[in-house]
Design a protein around this ligand. Structure first.
Ligand SMILES: Nc1ncnc2c1ncn2[C@@H]1O[C@H](COP(=O)(O)OP(=O)(O)OP(=O)(O)O)[C@@H](O)[C@H]1O
Length: 297
């Protein structure tokens, strides 16, 4: 069974092509982060998956059913932004609505209320909630049904560090119990704490960070003779920087690295030391979106 299957999904607002032929297949449970600058179409994509918005073309299937089939909502929940909450209702009233629909025992609700430290304000009206309190409530409502597919639009927004940790722990537990989690976030360090599976939405298309990570790694290399290596790398169009008299920093794919090793051996140059690091999501973000992204963060 395919958990999520998006085929050639497109969406345009006026002349703005927000999503261009998006394909995304999730076959096994995972935690997947959706990352892009503001206004790139993350919410649009999540809204299309949950059938709140119709794509211009393409198809969306959830657990092998069309996303227009209401039955999928027994297994899929969605944390949207807090405008979906009712200001005149208490948090408890929101919880009761979800509890009734999904037939959830009170003991489970109480346990989560305590864990999320919400008992002090759950009976107050949402109108009196802070941003963080609303975010807690949205998160609680989304996880209560123990969905098999959990979609979260910026779930860590407005949460203090303790709450971030609790939410991260709960998400990890859900994942370990078989839930697939697709969430958007701008906080790249928090993403790295949760998952190494990241997809960037760039120019209306999805780019998997894993392909970029596998593609290039950052190498610090110490050579017996650095000058010929600099010439070799320049001839390959690879930008290397000299860090110390014998040390070069360069981004290389696995095959480029192998070729360099072969070339140094053939030319009597020894690699005295080698360290390589995988790019963090933060580094990859700037790699994908460039400096323009800085202004939109
Ligand atoms: N209903 C709509 N009508 C017209 N334009 C829209 C509509 N909804 C979204 N857009 C536009 O589509 C683009 C993508 O918006 P979206 O909210 O999906 O981005 P996002 O990546 O979630 O942004 P953010 O990170 O700021 O939440 C934006 O340019 C936005 O102005």
């Amino acid at each position: 069974m395919t958990i999520l299957d998006l085929q050639q999904v497109t969406k345009r607002f006026g002349t703005h092509q927000v999503l261009q032929a998006i394909d995304l297949q999730i076959q096994t449970p995972k935690i997947l982060a959706l990352v892009a600058p503001n206004g790139s179409g993350k919410s649009t994509l999540l809204n299309i998956i949950t059938n709140l918005l119709k794509p211009d073309s393409g198809s969306v299937k959830v657990f092998d059913h069309s996303n227009t089939d209401a039955a999928i909502f027994k297994q899929m929940t969605y944390l949207q932004d807090n405008r979906v909450l009712f200001n005149d209702l208490s948090g408890a009233a929101h919880v009761r609505l979800v509890q009734d629909v999904y037939g959830l025992p009170q003991s489970e609700v109480d346990q989560l209320l305590a864990r999320l430290d919400m008992t002090a304000y759950i009976h107050k009206k949402v109108a009196a909630y802070s941003l963080g309190m609303k975010q807690h409530l949205l998160f609680l409502l989304a996880i209560l049904p123990k969905p098999k597919l959990l979609l979260l639009d910026e779930p860590l927004n407005g949460l203090d560090p303790v709450a971030v940790r609790t939410v991260q722990q709960i998400l990890q537990e859900l994942y370990q119990q078989g839930t697939t989690i697709l969430f958007s976030s701008h906080n790249l360090a928090q993403i790295d704490q949760l998952t190494d599976q990241v997809i960037f939405l760039h120019g209306g298309q999805l780019v998997a960070a894993s392909t970029l990570r596998q593609d290039k790694q950052h190498y610090d290399l110490v050579f017996t003779d650095v000058h010929p290596v600099q010439q070799y790398l320049a001839a390959q169009d690879l930008a290397a920087s000299l860090k110390q008299p014998h040390k070069l920093s360069v981004d290389l794919s696995a095959s480029q690295h192998q070729q360099l090793v072969t070339w140094t051996k053939a030319n009597g140059i020894e690699i005295l030391d080698e360290e390589h690091t995988t790019e963090t999501t933060d580094e990859l973000y700037f790699h994908v979106f460039g400096e323009d992204a800085h202004e939109t963060l």
